[in-house]
Design a protein around this ligand. Structure first.
Ligand SMILES: *Cc1c(COP(=O)(O)O)cnc(C)c1O
Length: 376
């Protein structure tokens, strides 16, 4: 019986992270800075290690959501530029300066506050200004003239980039992205007209990169999901996918127990499943406490020795039960894959998301801290 390292773990390929980053760089070309997004613990791939890999692959910028994530990277020894994208609390402003983090500012009041902070600390604080071009979330919707006045009045806060974010970038059957671009272009044109030339313009997360919407690339892009090897499924007439990327992470879990149950046996909470034949049941060491969506109850699959076998019964907190009748070669102490590739068969986070009625982001971010990480 092989000895497994953990009950449940993910194996992360450093080389695939670097390859995905390189594929995106090649796609957008030399004139466009690629700023990988490592928020939410690098979509649960581990922000510190993923950032190290990306830095050594040549990334000059990284993006996270919040100040706490930025500080964690600094404490892990990550240098270079780090953009804080999802706002910060008043009490976190000083830490931005202390840790050399670059904030995205979402309001004119935010520019003025940063300017006061820069004056008090006797330094110049570079910021990226986010325009709400129609998503209705973070970003300023102020009049263009007001924006320009506020940017110009600031002495100790300096606009380094204009940015926006798309709401429906993989929906090619809706006009929203075009409208957002038009609004954003009005703002950038007005800046240029008065001689304000921020160093960067960035709009694109993964979808407009992988679907090749070049008009959105500006001179910087912010891929998150694509770095981890995934693409959101498109709706409408999508262009062909450009870069060759592949998933970075495999998720495995140990078989804790094997039992043979006769036909007519109930399995798990609420007896959601009843065996129709004599069944070889594998009890596998991952449940919703590890991030297996509860919606996979009686619906999901796992990869067992190169075969897809069904999850039978409810997903419980610590375990799932799977039908291993057709996989006699696997027993206690072997592992199955919840996400991965085996003998040509693939089961990925998008497959799980489709079955569970959610998105691949949520499946990846849902992998809990109980699941250990191994880097290859
Ligand atoms: C999360 C995020 C990204 C990355 O999005 P992906 O779809 O994962 O590539 C880019 N920009 C902003 C503002 C984000 O919040």
């Amino acid at each position: 019986m092989p000895k497994l390292p953990y009950r449940s773990w993910v194996e992360i390929s450093r080389r695939q992270i670097a390859d995905n980053f390189a594929a995106i760089r090649t796609t957008v070309g030399d004139g466009v800075e690629v700023m990988p997004v490592v928020k939410a613990d690098a979509y649960r791939h581990g922000a510190a290690e993923v950032s190290r890999v990306l830095k050594s692959a040549g990334a000059r910028w990284l993006a996270v959501s919040c100040v706490e994530e930025g500080i964690a990277l600094r404490e892990a020894g990550i240098g270079g530029r780090i953009l804080i994208m999802a706002g910060f609390l008043a009490g976190e402003r000083e830490a931005l300066v202390d840790h050399n983090l670059t904030p995205v500012v979402h309001s004119l009041a935010g520019i003025r506050e940063l300017d006061r902070l820069g004056a008090a600390r006797e330094c110049v604080i570079d910021y990226h200004l986010k325009i709400d071009s129609g998503m209705g979330r973070l970003g300023t919707r102020a009049e263009i003239t007001e924006i320009i006045d506020t940017v110009r009045q600031a002495r100790a806060a300096r606009v380094e980039a204009l940015m926006t974010h798309f709401a429906s970038a993989s929906s090619f059957d809706r006009p929203q992205t075009g409208r957002q671009m038009a609004r954003f272009n009005e703002v950038t044109s007005a800046f240029h007209a008065v001689g304000l030339e921020p160093a960067y313009t960035h709009l694109a997360a993964s979808a407009p990169i992988v679907y090749g919407i070049r008009e959105t690339w500006g001179n910087m892009v912010r891929p998150g999901l694509a770095i981890y090897g995934y693409v959101s499924p498109a709706s409408g007439p999508a262009p062909p996918l450009l870069p060759r990327i592949a998933p970075v992470l495999e998720w495995k879990a140990a078989i804790l127990e094997i039992k043979h149950l006769p036909a007519g046996s109930d399995i798990g909470y609420d007896a959601l499943f009843r065996t129709g034949r004599r069944t070889r049941v594998g009890v596998v060491a991952a449940g919703y406490g590890d991030g297996v969506p509860h919606q996979l109850s009686n619906r999901g699959k796992v990869l067992a020795a190169g075969r897809l076998v069904p999850i039978i019964g409810a997903v419980s907190m610590d375990v799932i039960t799977v039908d291993l009748t057709t996989v006699p070669e696997l027993g206690v102490g072997d592992a199955v894959r919840l996400i991965g590739r085996d003998r040509g068969l693939v089961l990925d986070a998008q497959d799980i998301a489709t079955t569970a009625g959610t998105i691949s982001y949520s499946v990846l971010c849902g992998i809990s801290s109980r699941v250990k990480r191994i880097y290859r």
